[in-house]
Design a protein around this ligand. Structure first.
Ligand SMILES: [Ca+2]
Length: 106
């Protein structure tokens, strides 16, 4: 057995030192799923960030609408929530761009 064959290959699931056709197929399928999952996760994170930012931009309009509709209670609640809400959204956006920047450096 040569040095090269002794090296563990991730596709060699039964550890016999050889990658059979079935093992290769399984390995490729697994890799493909992994890439699809990563892709779906990126999309979900991006959508969530846009949704959070959208909420941030629409927040003042919600206050104005509540005011125009005469919903004093809603207006007060929105006003009280604002500091917490803005910090939370800023946190989501910062986390998203922070991880993107870290991934980009690798
Ligand atoms: Ca094998």
């Amino acid at each position: 057995m040569s040095e090269e064959e002794k090296v563990f290959h991730p596709a060699d699931t039964n550890g016999d030192g050889k990658v059979s056709a079935a093992e290769e197929q399984l390995y490729l399928e697994f890799k493909r799923k992994e890439l699809e999952d990563a892709d779906a996760m990126r999309d979900a994170q991006r959508n969530m960030t846009w949704f959070a930012l959208g909420g941030l931009l629409l927040y003042p309009f919600a206050v104005v609408l509540a005011s125009l509709a005469g919903l004093d209670q809603a207006q007060d609640t929105l006003g009280d929530m604002a500091p917490t809400y803005f910090v939370a959204v800023a946190g989501i956006v910062a986390a998203f761009f922070g991880t993107q920047a870290m991934k980009g450096k690798k």
